[in-house]
Design a protein around this ligand. Structure first.
Ligand code: 3NM
Length: 510
């Protein structure tokens, strides 16, 4: 059974340094491709010695982390393990899939090359996260042992594994002229199975302008609804199936979550982080930002107290550089001109992985109204507007956006969910929203392959903890609720995890 990590396979770059134009470098080409919208990178070097391969892999990993894109190594498990890559891609003559899984574990991505129905079925049954179907067309990038499959061959293979929950990409000879034909023609006539992405070498890595090429591929993927196809397959069940693993990932890594947060909530943020099994640090001194970023799991940038904006930006930048998720809580960002300008600076000068705010804050950032008084959001938000706001902001900043309130809305720009858990008492204590941000950052730190899922988990955990806290006999009002909330965060994540799946009220919106 595949491990359903919600990875975006839609524009999958496979590298080959021998195809890089002479006036540039492999790293530059990869970076431009990432700027253009590549969603996954596989480092494929067939003739490189181990030392230089590891060296290069570390550099590519740093680059991909900056763009929050998963990073996979072709064939070489030793290199994947050495650099702690997000997974491996193996061919039919490489290490067997089951052995690779034993070595890498279930938290990592394993993809398998398949050329026919038998190979596809075997890979699927053995638990591949995705299969690479190829070669679709003739390619000069790799010597082919068999005739290309053509679009019909790809469709036959997809039909043979209909019902399988993993992902599939096609590879071989794909370029801007034939991508649409493949994406539309490769769809099975019956069943729900569709191609999840295009794996491409020469058309991107050998391009004079990889960024524009990738933007054009992205337009084709969007116009053929391939990205939407991915969204439909990421059902609520898929998300919830990841709960146990996502919490286990926190407990096995105990990630450090560095907060620069506001004076009012600092203690609650630290306690919430500890309660779910991560490790808080609340430093605000710029001298240690770089050193902390080296060991951080994630960073929380909470705008509540804006004393030293330059240090906040520096902290976000160094965490970007080290590939750590940065979670922005734009507290009160619509309330004053100063806050509006500051949030703009954060967005211009650093890269946010997740933005989590209340209705007033997110609507104000999305230029869709947004009323706030001080740091509190005012009024209910129309669902249509909420969806548009989170989706547009996520697309604009290429990150996850969550708007919390009586109903929470979360989007990665393609997939959007609503959560309807949480007790109204949350609004009677200060900093409950900031606590959500801390918990989201803990999940993001330990679940870097799927920040959308991590955000949903973080929000669900706090909401459901609030419901459980309000059921307790020892809770009489906001004061006792606040302590009980910390207790219940601990209980859900350490003692009674099943309660989350039982109580979760999530809707997949689009
Ligand atoms: N694997 P391009 S074809 C790496 O059939 C690779 O499994 C293939 O390169 C397979 O995008 C291929 O330049 C090369 O045609 C694809």
């Amino acid at each position: 059974m595949a491990n359903h990590k919600c990875v975006d396979y839609s524009l999958y770059l496979v590298t080959d340094s021998s195809l890089v134009p002479s006036n540039t470098t492999l790293l530059d080409q990869i970076e431009k491709a990432l700027e253009g919208g590549v969603t996954l990178v596989q480092l494929r070097e067939k003739d490189m010695d181990t030392g230089p391969f590891i060296d290069l892999a570390n550099k590519v990993k740093t680059l991909t982390r900056r763009y929050n894109v998963p990073f996979i190594i072709n064939d070489r498990l030793d290199v994947a393990l050495a650099v702690d890559a997000d997974g491996v891609h193996i061919g039919q003559d490489d290490m067997p899939m089951t052995e690779a899984r034993k070595l890498l574990g279930h938290g990592k991505i394993i993809g398998v090359s398949c050329n026919n129905e038998q190979e596809a079925k075997k890979a699927v049954e053995e638990g591949a996260d995705y299969i690479g179907i190829g070669a679709v067309w003739f390619t000069s990038t790799k010597e082919l042992k068999k005739q290309p499959l053509g679009v019909d061959g790809v469709r036959r293979i997809l039909e043979s594994i209909d019902g399988y929950k993993g992902y599939s990409v096609a590879i071989g000879g794909i370029n801007l002229n034939n991508a649409e034909e493949l994406l539309l023609g490769g769809r099975p006539k019956s069943g729900s199975y569709t191609l999840d992405g295009l794996a491409i070498v020469s058309a991107i890595i050998g391009a004079a302008d990889p960024k524009t090429v990738c933007q054009n591929f992205t337009s084709i993927l969007q116009s053929t609804n391939t990205k939407q196809g991915l969204a439909v397959r990421n059902t609520v069940t898929h998300i919830l199936e990841q709960w146990n693993q996502s919490i286990k990932n926190i407990h096995t890594t105990t990630p450090m979550v560095h907060h620069i947060t506001n004076n009012v909530v600092i203690n609650d943020n630290a306690n919430a982080t500890l309660a779910i099994g991560a490790s808080p640090i609340m430093s605000t001194n710029r001298v240690e930002m770089e050193e902390l970023a080296k060991v951080n799991g994630a960073m929380v940038l909470n705008m509540g107290t804006l004393n030293d904006i330059d240090t906040m930006i520096l902290a976000a930048q160094v965490n970007n550089r080290h590939g750590n998720p940065v979670v922005l809580d734009p507290v009160g960002c619509g309330a004053t001109t100063f806050r509006k300008q500051t949030v703009q600076r954060f967005l211009n000068e650093a890269r946010m992985t997740i933005i989590k705010g209340n209705g007033g804050e997110i609507l104000s950032m999305a230029n869709r109204g947004g009323r706030s008084r001080g740091v509190d959001s005012l009024g209910n938000v129309d669902e249509k507007i909420a969806i548009l706001a989170v989706k547009e902001l996520a697309q604009q900043h290429q990150c996850i956006v969550a708007m919390t309130g009586p109903i929470d809305y979360i989007s990665d720009g393609v997939r959007t969910y609503a959560i309807e858990n949480g007790d109204p008492m949350l609004a009677c204590i200060t900093g409950s929203g900031c606590m959500v941000t801390s918990v989201v950052a803990c999940f993001a730190a330990a679940n870097r392959l799927d920040y959308l899922m991590a955000t949903i988990m973080g929000i669900l955990v706090v909401n459901i903890a609030s419901e459980l806290a309000m059921q307790r006999k020892d809770v009489h009002g906001p004061g006792t609720f606040r302590s009980a909330l910390i207790d219940e965060l601990y209980n859900i994540t350490h003692k009674t995890p099943n309660v989350l799946q039982q109580r979760a009220k999530i809707r997949f919106l689009s």
